[in-house]
Design a protein around this ligand. Structure first.
Ligand SMILES: Cc1cc2nc3c(=O)[nH]c(=O)nc-3n(C[C@H](O)[C@H](O)[C@H](O)COP(=O)(O)OP(=O)(O)OC[C@H]3O[C@@H](n4cnc5c(N)ncnc54)[C@H](O)[C@@H]3O)c2cc1C
Length: 488
């Protein structure tokens, strides 16, 4: 137990977003605690179904992707409104997604976090906070409080942190609701997805093959929590004419297509990430994935501000970079929520979209968008790599050939000097930025864009995005180092 219950950062919520953020902060040597309402990491249901390519890449950047890959099934998972999008030809080591339930993803993340210096307050609930110029006082349901320099709300769609901060959550109310359940059945159900005028529904096999995961659209929007087995039976009867003798539920829940995004991801010492910042229906299967990437974008920035190497203004780049990504996912989910309906007019539109998405260019664009491989943060004009993900190249260094992603395992920035030996220097930033001299003679291929010209140096942020590119002289290097990693 921490002496004064004082931390650099308190994270409300230890779901996927909170766990990844805690890992990022711990790697950056920040004193971090998670407050999690659940007593254990167990989830009542399986929830999200897997990881997209960019999420696998960011886990690979930290050296933990393999832990997930061995537990899941690598396959083509990207889809737009259930129209499959193949990424097998994409220039990435992970040209696929991973089928792995959220319940397992969270277990693996929790094991990783357990190996790092992170304090876990399990079975405790954040009820509110007050913030001053110096700190945040985090109030807990048991009457106690924790103090932190920063509080991050990773506490899901109903975020207490967002509500207490008074941050608006504008968007669209639900137009449809779904029952979701994991059950045993007495009769063999009609496996597969169906759609009708109202929406999509279906029954799939769970991992053990004996139980079913059922998702049923409801005839009208229901916003009550806690559906029962009787509700499930009635909904099955209405859609399939039988309830298949469903029994022994391990999970019955309800979700809707309510779609909202926080107007601001930061209010002074309080930040939001993951579902606390954006909610949308699971079409495209992106919620967990973009939450993880919010965390990876925020972690190193918050660490630098906490340690005093960067000014607080660095935190504004978190909203500036991640809010547009959330907004884009939300637009995509809105479009998909229409396309998944099964009335004749929508079916006709789906046929058109299916044709279009089979063409190479649209397929690449949308596949890269859904899998997160096309993210470009607006870092200004310049080389196509600027603001985009650094590819995981095999580079030749003094200590042999290595993958660029291995240079990011410790979540520190890297200046990759690919030019004449000693052409680029990090100077007074040497304590913060690792300079690696290397050779790379292969092609530089980016998803969607294809071949780009070979740079002579790249400055890679801890989240794997390129902050500065050179094709010759080191113009602007000092400025980029100062912008991203603090004054010299
Ligand atoms: C049916 C369904 C299918 C989905 N499928 C996919 C998919 O295929 N792919 C995908 O990417 N996403 C999918 N999602 C979305 C995904 O589940 C979420 O986006 C993801 O869980 C968000 O993670 P998070 O950590 O931000 O929030 P959450 O997972 O909601 O975690 C929040 C955590 O905070 C804790 N908490 C909440 N309030 C407090 C408090 N006051 N104090 C302390 N702790 C608190 C909660 O116990 C929880 O552990 C799906 C969602 C649903 C419902």
């Amino acid at each position: 137990m921490h002496d004064q219950a004082t931390y650099d950062v308190v994270i409300a919520g230890g779901g996927p977003t909170g766990l990844v953020l805690a890992a990022e902060l711990a790697l950056a040597r920040v004193d971090v605690a998670i407050v999690e309402r659940r007593e254990t990491q167990d989830l009542p249901g399986s929830r999200a179904g897997g990881l997209h390519a960019r999420t696998i890449e960011v886990l690979d950047q930290r050296g933990v992707a393999e832990r997930f890959l061995v537990r899941g099934k690598a396959m083509q998972v990207a889809a737009f409104a259930s129209i499959p999008l193949d990424i097998a030809d994409f220039p990435t080591r992970h040209a696929y997604g991973l089928a792995l339930w959220q319940s397992q993803i969270e277990q693996i993340l929790a094991e990783w976090v357990g190996e790092l210096p992170v304090t876990m307050h399990r079975g405790r609930e954040v009820t509110g906070f007050t913030q001053s110029d110096e700190s945040v006082e985090v109030e807990l349901a048991d009457g106690r409080s924790l103090r932190a320099k920063y509080l991050v709300g990773c506490d899901g769609g109903r975020s207490v942190v967002r509500k207490t901060a008074g941050i608006d959550f504008p968007g669209w109310d639900a137009s449809i609701s779904f029952l979701i359940a994991e059950v045993a059945t007495s009769e063999e159900p009609a496996w597969g997805m169906r759609r009708d005028d109202v929406g999509i529904y279906g029954i799939g096999k769970l991992d053990d093959g004996a139980r079913a995961r059922i998702v049923l659209r409801e005839p009208h929007v229901v916003d009550r929590d806690e559906p029962t087995l009787a509700d499930l039976r009635a909904a099955l009867g209405a859609l399939y004419g039988t309830d298949y003798g469903v029994r022994d539920p391990t999970w019955i829940s309800r979700f809707t297509d309510a779609t909202r995004q926080a107007a601001a991801y930061r209010d002074r010492r309080v930040l939001l990430a993951g579902d606390a910042a954006h909610v949308h229906p699971p079409y495209g299967a992106q919620g967990l994935n973009i939450g993880v990437q919010d965390a990876v974008n925020l972690g190193w920035k918050l660490a630098q501000v906490v340690r005093g190497t960067s000014p607080e203004s660095l935190l504004d780049t978190y909203h500036a970079e991640r809010h547009p990504i959330g907004a884009r996912v939300i637009r995509s989910a809105l479009a998909q929520s229409v396309l998944v309906r099964g009335d004749d007019r929508t079916e006709a539109l789906r046929e058109v979209m299916t044709d279009l998405l089979r063409m190479d260019e649209p397929r690449k664009r949308y596949a890269a968008r859904i899998s997160g491989l096309d993210v470009r943060y607006d870092l200004g004009e310049g080389h196509p790599l600027l603001g985009r993900r650094m590819p995981d190249l095999d580079v030749v260094t003094e200590s042999g050939t290595l993958r660029v992603f291995t240079l990011l395992h410790d979540a520190r920035p890297v200046l990759l000097d690919l030019g004449e030996p000693g052409a680029y220097d990090v100077g007074p930033w040497a304590d913060r930025v690792r300079r690696v001299g290397a050779r790379y003679d292969g092609a530089w291929d980016l998803p969607v864009l294809g071949r780009v010209s070979a740079p002579t140096a790249v400055l890679i942020r801890p989240d794997g995005y390129v902050a500065w590119v050179s094709e010759g002289p080191d113009h602007g290097l000092r400025e980029a180092l100062g912008t991203w990693f603090g004054p010299a």
